[in-house]
Design a protein around this ligand. Structure first.
Ligand code: NOJ
Length: 531
């Protein structure tokens, strides 16, 4: 039987979700208290960002023991409790698998540092001379080790040495670990930067490297085959076409995160910090491309947000008091009317916004490094901070805003990262009580998606493609069609569609003729069959 990928995934970033013991850090027991909320929202799958043992240089994406739970999040028993309670409610839990690198505090790396005669040395990537490859987190990707007179390779922080996947024993160890979590009952994985595992550093083929296909195949055969596993691979370095090929040919990955639509507010080729105003036309083209490429085969993931991306409503919508609610609903509708698996990042469901902090208050390693790098390159402080306000990963990592009590109900202690002061107005409870709230809308939208297969099967056609304010598309079969209308701007527009014969399935407005700023609506009609 084909896997049901028409599921809704909710990402939890444990550090910032809910603190149950007052230490200022979110934890597993905190998550357990909110499972009913997630179920009620319409979630099927919880993706848990890493909770493994880690020195937290990159907030858990630097793992020092793949088999242990970081005590700051709780114990293995708490994790199993979370899994069992989730299962009782019909929720799946997928773990975050970080396979491209470990922490430098992992025992493998500590052993590797003993030199070429140690069996773990070859688990990592070494060179006598550094090449010009740079780290995603600034500076060279090569770190010198004095006593070895050699450099090790790290595409992320210095404390995240890359694993050498070409070592067969390493791969066997990794597969053993994956099977351990599957045997415990976990339902699958989000695979961190998995496009990098097939790399050949020496010929500088990093993302989608020469061994990627072979390793994905081996991963499937050794771990996933014969099991019901939900998998999504993060692949920032691949093209849409390749994403489609991978999800239609590799059973190891049900879907991938591909980033063409995410990179549209960056100066092409200059990295995420060099800002560019997003052009609606480019967004239409990119999302249209995705939908066309994935039309008949492969499966896309539908996401705007995660723990690495700034808050969607601040980035693409309008976070002002006047328009936040409508623009958040518009963004959800625009995306979730398409073919694919919907992803919601914690707090997105009630329109949490980005934050502006003093540089000392940022905790993210990428942000701290780029600040130093851009300063050294002579960029003006104000320009650097503008980029950071727009793009820092801490925008989406501020604690979850549950209610209007102290620290937004996240923690009774001192939160590890500043709570956005707007929590008094923007929080889960306030939104949930509001009949016009975003949560209610998202619930209705998810139900609607599930009630009509056309959302996944209908032909995707852009309508009024050149309209400068409206993003309109249809999902059509021969007998019926759904039309999604979104006003991307703060301007009031006349609806260019004649909608007399259509019923409105969902909208953030009662007026479908004169479309208010950030209007959104989903219409339905049976099609007349012409003889
Ligand atoms: C992608 C993860 O989403 C990000 O948070 C992390 O810093 C890098 N991979 C490195 O693991």
């Amino acid at each position: 039987m084909a896997k049901d990928l028409n599921q809704v995934v909710y990402q939890i970033y444990p550090l910032s979700f809910k603190d149950s013991n007052g230490d200022g850090i979110g934890d597993l027991n905190g998550i357990i208290t909110e499972l009913d909320y997630l179920k009620d929202l319409g979630v099927d799958v919880i993706w848990l960002s890493p909770v493994y043992q880690s020195p937290m240089d990159d907030n858990g994406y630097d793992i020092s023991d793949y088999y242990e739970v970081n005590p700051m999040f709780g114990s293995k028993t708490d994790l199993m409790n979370l899994l069992n309670k989730a299962h009782e409610k019909g929720l799946k839990v997928i773990m975050d698998l970080v396979l491209n690198h470990t922490s430098d505090e992992h025992v493998w790396f500590k052993e590797a540092l003993k030199g070429p005669n140690n069996p773990y040395y070859d688990y990592y990537i070494w060179s006598d001379t550094p090449s010009d490859i740079t780290s995603v987190f600034s500076g060279s990707a090569w770190q010198y080790v004095e006593h070895l007179k050699q450099y090790y390779f790290h595409l992320f922080s210095v404390k995240q040495p890359d694993l050498n996947w070409q070592n067969k024993t390493l791969r066997t160890e990794i597969y053993r670990m994956i099977n351990y979590w599957l045997d415990l009952g976990f339902d699958g994985f989000r695979l961190d930067v998995i496009d990098l595992i097939g790399k050949d550093v020496y010929s500088k083929r990093l993302a989608d490297g020469p061994y990627l296909d072979a390793y994905l195949e081996e991963l499937y055969e050794t771990c996933f085959k014969g099991r019901e596993v939900f998998t999504v691979g993060e692949m920032p370095g691949i093209s849409l076409k390749r994403a489609n090929e991978i999800t239609s040919t590799h059973p190891a990955l049900d879907m991938v995160f591909q980033f063409d639509h995410i990179a549209l507010d960056e100066q092409p080729g200059q990295g995420k910090w060099m800002l560019k105003t997003l052009d609606l036309h480019a967004l239409k083209q990119t999302l249209n491309n995705t939908q066309q490429i994935f039309k008949d085969k492969g499966w896309p993931s539908l996401f705007l947000s995660n723990h690495d991306q700034p808050r969607a409503v601040s980035r693409y919508g309008n976070p002002s008091e006047k328009y936040r609610n409508d623009s958040a609903k518009m963004l959800f509708t625009l995306l979730f009317g398409m073919k694919g698996t919907p992803y919601i990042y914690q707090g997105e469901e009630f329109g949490m916004t980005g934050i502006k902090m003093a540089i000392e208050d940022y905790k993210d390693i990428e942000t701290k490094n780029i600040y130093q790098e851009l300063k050294q390159k002579g960029f003006k402080e104000a320009d650097i901070m503008n980029s950071i306000y727009a793009k820092s990963r801490d925008n989406s990592r501020t604690p979850m805003q549950w209610n209007e009590t102290v620290n937004a109900g996240f923690s009774t202690g001192s939160p590890w990262l500043k709570v956005n002061p707007n929590y008094v107005l923007i929080n889960r409870d306030t939104d949930q009580k509001d009949p016009n709230g975003i949560i209610t809308y998202v619930k209705d939208l998810l139900k609607l998606r599930k009630s009509n297969p056309l959302f996944n099967t209908g032909a995707f056609n852009l309508l009024f493609e050149d309209h400068p304010n409206l993003f309109i598309y249809e999902r059509a079969s021969e007998t019926e069609r759904i039309v999604v209308v979104c006003n991307w701007t703060d301007v009031t527009i006349e609806n260019p569609l004649s909608i007399e014969k259509m019923s409105v399935l969902l909208s953030n407005s009662t007026d479908h003729i004169t479309l208010k700023p950030y209007y959104t609506g989903i219409y339905y009609e049976k099609r007349t069959i012409h003889a």
